[in-house]
Write a protein that binds this ligand. Structure first.
Ligand SMILES: [Zn+2]
Length: 137
């Protein structure tokens, strides 16, 4: 079925590590995230838009600045979380491992909760590695 779609790019920096993972990513390290957020609609509003880029940017960037940017994102069972917090580090503890797939789903849900008809979020952890989430719960 035909539909219109807009894509907003959000960029931010974060640190993380993966638990229960036997590879380099079990070590604390950082990424420059490049996130593509797609909002879709079968019809345009009176302005000829799916949604305004400005409203999408303002809503999502504010959330990202408050919750992800320059923070260490960890699963809440990671024993390094509380010591880092005690040392004054900004830590965001999730109920899931901070993979690009899970971070894409979180940003999908946040965007949806803000009232946008988000269709897909693609979370580029590196220029060659992307996890995405689309539709449903
Ligand atoms: Zn990583």
């Amino acid at each position: 079925m035909a539909e219109y779609r807009i894509t907003k790019i959000i960029k931010f920096c974060y640190g993380h590590r993966l638990l229960n993972y036997d590879g380099k990513s079990k070590n604390l390290h950082g990424h420059n995230a490049y996130v593509e957020i797609d909002v879709a609609s079968k019809s345009l509003d009176g302005r000829g838009m799916v949604a305004s880029f400005g409203s999408l940017k303002e809503a999502i960037e504010t959330w990202v600045q408050d919750n992800f940017d320059h923070q260490v994102i960890l699963i809440d069972s990671d024993p390094i979380g509380h010591p880092l917090e005690d040392l004054g580090q900004m830590v965001n503890m999730l109920t899931v491992n901070p993979t690009s797939e899970n971070l894409a789903k979180i940003l999908f849900m946040v965007t949806q909760d803000m009232g946008f008809d988000v269709s897909e979020v693609r979370f580029w952890e590196t220029p060659t590695s992307c996890g995405s989430y689309s539709g449903g719960n």
